[in-house]
Design a protein around this ligand. Structure first.
Ligand code: TEU
Ligand code: CA
Length: 560
């Protein structure tokens, strides 16, 4: 397996709006991030990924970009950004930027031109179609509810928007558009950034003709995913982007890819393919949803998680590379979702961290994860800011006839604002995030859960992450070791081994709040002196081939 620095890195995702506000307007900003770089350096982070900081009307918090080469006023200036980059580099860390080029904002200059007339030189930068029998060109449903089509009076045609109607899809069939994107990427790389996280980058090639998706009973619009995820020209476009831009720099590239399978990922990340370094799969994020999508709640079956993680670990071993994550700005907090954010918050957060950081791949830490931040429950729908939540609530409760309480429950479990409440720095008013009024309410638990307490307590989740990251730096096996699932049928324990050269790791994690028996297979016998890390202080029962694990207990043994 090829060794490279980006395989050995730990990446920290910052959602700038919610990280740290330096000027009291209630919105996190670039200067606020620069103030906190030492905190990240202490944690051991190698690379910072910034969610979008470009000019944007903020219909989708910066994922709707109106100018790719300028900074959002609320976040500061280009000078602030340059200072941030310099300070990141001065600490030996790297910075990667979010690249959102499946769509732009409808307030981008290209779109302003494009909508003017059918023969405008920019017309082709977006996807325009005439209506079909007086209605939308097809029946696809937007990720943010309603149709993916919006009618535009000026030219009496519809434009495509897979996300909000303020996020028109760019037309990658246009060579001019592709060249503009490559130019813009080159401009950022020449400013010294260290890579890109690419937003829904496997959506950029659509099936020609944009056919209707098969109808579903009782539904006006249905998912058109099969016609725009991993589309016919996707590998051609990514290879071209690689040759034109990426291959000229020593950088990290990670593609966010809903709907990508392991077989797709082999092609996207294959060593010999010259496309991307790694992708974010969504498969493990979908395991606790029913057939009706993310709001259709379903309890997670640990066996499903094992099967899925194993498929990716085995599938990409020696072929491509995995990215490892359990939450981000679009997903609920991992400790609330996969652990227990009440009586076992600390234990389960550490267990999940152990599980993730011991897999093969590059781990991502989402801001606040390292202090065990939890989901939030706001009483009123008006306290939610996320467009996905607001549109869904409007469609289901206000326009549809669904039950308010049931929909609120699904928001409490899955809503994106769970991850977006401001970072909890300390116990002072507004959690030390801002001296003003925060743009999104702060989680009421900030007096107990905050970075100041975590840094002061050597037994905290924060210090456990530090140790995990440190171990990775010292043990190549954690990065490169080959994964093998053991105890596949166990309902509560997720256990696996890693093998590298003449070393072996045994990772045992209890995903339940109960004490469970662990009978090791294949004559494996463990002993306390082999214990590399564990989330319980006292190493009780840590010897033998059979023992009980405490609630959410995690242990890693190393043999050589
Ligand atoms: O997300 C793409 C995506 O498909 C989702 O995870 C999305 O949040 C979905 O609605 C979840 O139900 C990316 C960004 O990460 C997200 O923040 C943006 O809203 C979206 O693209 C559009 O740019
Ligand atoms: Ca601010």
């Amino acid at each position: 397996m090829n060794k490279t620095w980006w395989k050995e890195s730990v990446i920290y995702q910052i959602y700038p709006r919610s990280f740290n506000d330096s000027n009291g307007d209630g919105i996190g900003d670039l200067k606020g991030i620069t103030e906190k770089l030492d905190y990240l350096k202490e944690l051991g982070i190698d690379v910072i990924w910034l969610s979008p900081v470009y000019q944007s009307p903020n219909d989708d918090n910066g994922y709707d970009i109106s100018d790719y080469q300028n900074i959002m006023d609320e976040f500061g200036t280009m000078k602030d950004w340059e200072e941030l980059l310099a300070e990141v580099h001065a600490r030996g860390m790297k910075l990667i930027m979010d690249l959102v080029v499946n769509h732009s904002s409808d307030e981008h200059a290209w779109f302003a031109e494009s909508r003017k007339s059918k023969d405008n030189p920019y017309r082709d930068y977006y996807v325009w179609r005439p209506g079909k029998d007086g209605v939308e060109p097809n029946n696809w449903e937007s990720a943010f509810s309603g149709s993916v089509w919006e009618y535009d009076q000026a030219t009496e045609e519809y434009f495509l928007h897979i996300f909000s109607k303020k996020q028109p899809d760019l037309n990658w069939e246009s060579p001019e558009l592709r060249n503009e994107v490559y130019k813009m990427m080159t401009w950022w790389l020449d400013k010294g950034i260290d890579g890109f996280r690419m937003d829904v980058i496997n959506f950029i090639s659509k099936v020609p003709g944009l056919p209707d998706a098969p109808n579903q009973e009782g539904k006006q619009y249905v998912s058109g995913g099969e016609y725009f995820m991993n589309g016919p020209r996707i590998h051609e476009f990514l290879y071209e982007m690689n040759q034109e831009v990426l291959s000229k720099y020593d950088i990290i590239t990670v593609g966010e890819m809903p709907g990508a399978t392991v077989d797709d990922a082999k092609l996207y990340t294959g060593d010999d393919r010259e496309e991307l370094n790694m992708v974010f799969t969504f498969e493990h994020m979908d395991l606790d949803s029913g057939l009706n999508g993310k709001w259709d709640l379903k309890p997670l079956d640990l066996l499903d998680l094992k099967e899925n993680i194993t498929k990716w670990q085995v599938g990409l071993n020696g072929v491509g590379w995995n990215s490892l994550y359990l939450n981000n700005h679009d997903q609920p907090r991992m400790v609330s979702r996969f652990g227990n954010d009440k009586e076992y918050r600390v234990e389960s957060a550490k267990m999940l961290a152990t599980f993730l950081h011991m897999l093969q791949g590059t781990p991502y830490v989402y801001q606040g994860e390292e202090i065990g931040m939890t989901n939030v429950k706001f009483d009123s729908i008006d306290d939610y800011q996320d467009i996905e939540i607001r549109n869904m609530y409007r469609d289901k409760v206000i326009q549809g006839n669904e039950d308010h309480d049931k929909v609120m429950e699904s928001i409490y479990v899955k809503g994106r604002d769970n991850a977006r409440t401001p970072f909890q720095w300390d116990e002072s008013e507004n959690a030390g995030f801002t001296s003003g009024k925060p743009w999104l309410k702060i989680n009421h638990n900030y007096k107990d859960i905050n970075a100041k307490l975590a840094v002061a307590d050597s037994d905290s989740i924060y210090h456990y992450y530090r140790r995990l990251i440190e171990l990775r730096k010292k043990n190549s096996i954690i990065v490169y070791g080959e994964y093998e699932l053991i105890m596949a049928e166990h309902q509560q324990i997720f256990a696996f081994t890693r093998t590298y050269e003449n070393e072996k790791l045994l990772v045992i994690t209890n995903f339940s709040g109960e004490e469970v028996m662990c009978d090791l297979p294949n004559d494996i016998v463990v002993s306390e002196d082999k214990l590399m890390i564990s989330n319980y202080k006292e190493a009780t029962n840590s010897t033998g081939a059979s023992f009980t694990l405490r609630p959410y207990e995690a242990r890693v043994y190393k043999f050589n």
